[in-house]
Each structure stands twice: as C-alpha cells, then as structure tokens.
Design a protein around this ligand. Structure first.
Ligand SMILES: [Zn+2]
Length: 253
C-alpha cells in the first residue's frame, strides 16, 4: 500500500510529520495534541508509533495526551526526552504495519541528544537541518553541528528532507546575505514564495536543493568562507570555523 508523508501544522510554525497508509500513522515530534487528534479522527486513522528527535517542548508537548488515547511506543533519544524505547545511533526501527524501516542518526548540535530518522527516501531531521538554514546551537558546539550536518549532507541527493519548522522564507532572506548571487537559492526563493502564497508547506525539499542553496551545508565553499570572514572582519578558515561564523552571523538577526 502507498505510504503518504504529510506535514501537519501545529503551534506557531511547527510541522508534525505523519507517515500513513490511510489506516495507521507514525508521527514525528507531536508538539501539540489537539490538531493531531482531529487529524487522526477526521481520517479514521489509528496511531501506531511516535518518533521523537529531541526533548524540546514544541516537539514532545502533545505526547501525554496522545498516549492517553493511543497507547503506542515512543522512540527517541535516551537522554533528556522521555521515550519508552530509547534509540541509539545506527539502530533500525521497523514502523509497525507500514512496512517501512527508519535508521537512527545521532546529530548533536541543536541539543546534545538530537537524533534524525532516515528511511524510504525521507529524512526526518527535527531542528538540525532547516530549508536554507539549521537549528540554533542550544547545547552543542559548532564542531558537533558541522559534523551532524555533514552526515546529513552525505545522504542521497534525492532524499526528501522533512524539517520540523516552516522557517524557509526567513532563512532564504539570510542565505541571500551570505550568497547574493547563488542562482539555486534565487530559484528556491521563487518556489518557496509560490508555495507559501498557495498556503502550502515549503517542505519536504530535496537534499540536492539544500546542498545547492543552504549556506550551512556550503561552508567548504570559498565564497561562503570569504563572506563570513568579511562579515566578522577577521579571517576564518576551514569548514568548522566558517560554519561557526555563519551561525553567529545569523544569530545576530
Ligand atoms: Zn528544538
């Protein structure tokens, strides 16, 4: 049976990703319960599993109320969160009933305990990677986040990237400060504007598009290094320093 992957908007700008076959659904990062319970009831879909990327409230806040109605396993990082099934890097999780398997990737940086899930051509990356942006470094170091993003960047280019927030247009405005002449970025802006005008999510997006347009995945490029050095008015060298400089630059805004 065909599996659909849908973004359910919750809270201010979060997406809960639902993988479903019309009967059963797996949810990623349910930060709120009410819109999710309505979504399930309206479609007569039963919840089968919850996946959690990290412990922030806008990713786990809906879980207690969902479990009260649907007692299902909750997979997530062992530290910080409250999963019933703690996950480890490299672990493969079979999604019950859907015939899909996802693999856990440790991606520290936004938090120390952040994980992503990758499978069937999709990447559920929580607050690690955003379209044309990346998560803030609340707990991790620039070196950790740069390594985590490099890990995601090595996935196949046709991977569909499912981020946890609709931040794309704001991220593009910043990315254009770093790379004003990037044609792929300008094309992504036109596409994202049209999608938002039509009331649609800008996600998922292909990893290939991100590799061509997201400055945080392009810190090994000379033009990005030079832009970061000029902004800081001090030379930066190498991917990690460039990443740290671009991240600090965005944090000023
Ligand atoms: Zn977060």
């Amino acid at each position: 049976m065909m599996i659909e992957v849908e973004a359910i908007p919750v809270l201010r700008d979060n997406y809960v990703w639902a993988l479903h076959d019309g009967r059963r659904a797996v949810l990623v990062d349910p930060g709120e319960s009410r819109p999710i319970l309505s979504w399930l009831e309206d479609r007569s879909i039963s919840l089968s599993t919850i996946l959690v990327t990290h412990h922030h409230a806008d990713h786990v806040g809906g879980i207690p109320a969902l479990l009260a109605r649907h007692p299902v396993p909750v997979f997530g990082p062992a530290r910080g969160a409250v999963p019933s099934r703690p996950v480890q890097d490299g672990e493969r999780i079979e999604l019950p009933g859907l015939g899909w398997t996802v693999t856990v990737l440790d991606t520290p940086g936004h938090t120390r305990d952040h994980v992503c899930y990758v499978g069937a051509g999709y990447l559920f990356c929580g607050d690690t990677l955003f379209s044309c942006g990346c998560g803030r470094l609340f707990e991790g170091t620039p070196a950790q986040m740069h390594a985590s993003l490099s890990r995601l960047a090595a996935l196949p280019g046709d991977t569909r990237v499912c981020c946890a927030h609709e931040y794309t247009l704001a991220n593009i405005a910043f990315a254009l400060e770093v790379e004003p002449d990037n044609g792929a970025l300008l094309a992504r802006r036109a596409e994202a504007l049209a999608l938002r005008k039509a009331g649609r999510p800008t996600l998922p997006v292909s990893l290939a598009t991100e590799l061509a347009s997201n400055p945080f995945l392009r810190c090994d490029r000379e033009n990005v290094r030079v832009a970061a050095s000029q902004h800081l008015q001090t030379p930066v060298n190498g991917g990690v320093e460039t990443f740290a400089a671009v991240r600090a630059w965005k944090d000023e805004e």
